[in-house]
Write a protein that binds this ligand. Structure first.
Ligand code: SIN
Length: 317
């Protein structure tokens, strides 16, 4: 696979995360402050990037647990602007691992870049770790951003290339913490070369212009997990707070405890959208004839939440 586009710049957008994290105790991989180093410092820490045409830009500096809609909008605008430049081959986004899959999914659905890639990357260990994963991940992400013909939103972590439509964090600690589930990775980066298994992510972009602009609040969609002994208490609280939509992450085929079901029917009757997804790691949820809550298909609960928010903000014509 040809990894070179020339002449072409890769723009690296920084948003924070553990990749930019620093611990007071060198070698401590757990107790550290995320989002401390600038994206330029991350680039400078990779000698192998010295010969690459790169630009870096700090969009925000956050621990990705604090990611929000205003940041998504700001990031999407910067990505769109740089992708439109003729001298840019692709964009890399450094991000925290915790909510990377949400930001990447959102960007794919809103921008679906058809000609150039947007490559998310991150690290499980801070920049002060004895054996840190950030520099290699960043180098691999830049290499993928320069692949001829690459497009869509991708995530490059621990040598694997994932589609934003499939990627999810599946481990809280391991270096190789991401999976594409049953779809499998899109490819692997091996010594700077891409070995590609399947097609780039496809899809029609919803488009930034169709989304409300800040300070308009985005729809409120909450995820409620179903479990043994579920009650309707969280649904009632959500209703009282003015929620617009609910995603149930139920067991198995998104099945719903009878007490939760009763509360959800009340919410639905009051105009709240309710979809069923599964708390299983893989597999679809099917519609049930007697259950009035549509299935979210193969979407994970957090993907379903984004999809519902987009539907509420930009209903199909
Ligand atoms: C974060 O998501 O910002 C912190 C955790 C990580 O990047 O691994």
């Amino acid at each position: 696979m040809n990894m070179r586009k020339s002449p072409a710049i890769v723009v690296v957008l920084g948003t924070g995360g553990t990749i930019a994290g620093v611990s007071q105790v060198p070698g401590d991989n757990v107790h550290y402050q995320a989002a401390q180093l600038s994206v330029q410092q991350l680039v400078d820490a990779v000698p192998a990037l010295a010969g690459h045409a790169l630009e870096s830009e700090q969009v925000v500096q956050v621990d990705s647990k604090d990611m929000d809609f205003a940041i998504w909008l700001a990031l999407a605008r910067r990505i769109e602007l740089h992708l439109a430049r003729e001298d840019v081959a692709g964009v890399v986004v450094t991000h925290g691992t915790d909510t990377l899959e949400e930001t990447a999914y959102f960007m794919q659905r809103v921008l679906a870049p058809p000609k150039k890639p947007v490559v998310f990357t991150a690290a499980m260990r801070p920049a002060t770790a004895l054996l840190r994963d950030g520099p290699q991940n960043l180098l691999d992400a830049v290499k993928v951003a320069r692949v001829v013909g690459a497009c869509g939103v991708l995530a490059v972590l621990a040598g694997s290339v994932h589609s934003a439509l499939d990627v999810r964090k599946v481990h809280s600690y391991r270096l190789d913490a991401f999976s594409s589930g049953e779809a499998g990775p899109l490819g692997r980066v091996e010594e700077g070369r891409l070995r590609k298994f399947r097609e780039w992510p496809q899809g029609v972009a919803i488009g930034l212009a169709r989304l409300p602009h800040d300070p308009v609040p985005w729809p409120v969609v909450e995820v409620i997990t179903g479990h043994a002994g579920s009650s309707g208490a969280l649904v009632q609280a959500a209703l009282a707070s003015g929620v617009h939509g609910l995603i149930v992450a139920g067991p198995g085929n998104g099945s719903v405890h009878h007490a939760l079901d009763a509360a959800l029917r009340v919410a639905q009757a009051r105009g709240v959208l309710v979809w069923r997804s599964t708390r299983c790691l893989d597999g679809p949820v099917f519609d049930e004839p007697d259950v009035p809550f549509p299935s979210a298909g193969t979407l994970t609960p957090v993907q379903a939440r984004i999809e519902m928010m987009l539907l509420l903000m930009a209903p199909p014509n």
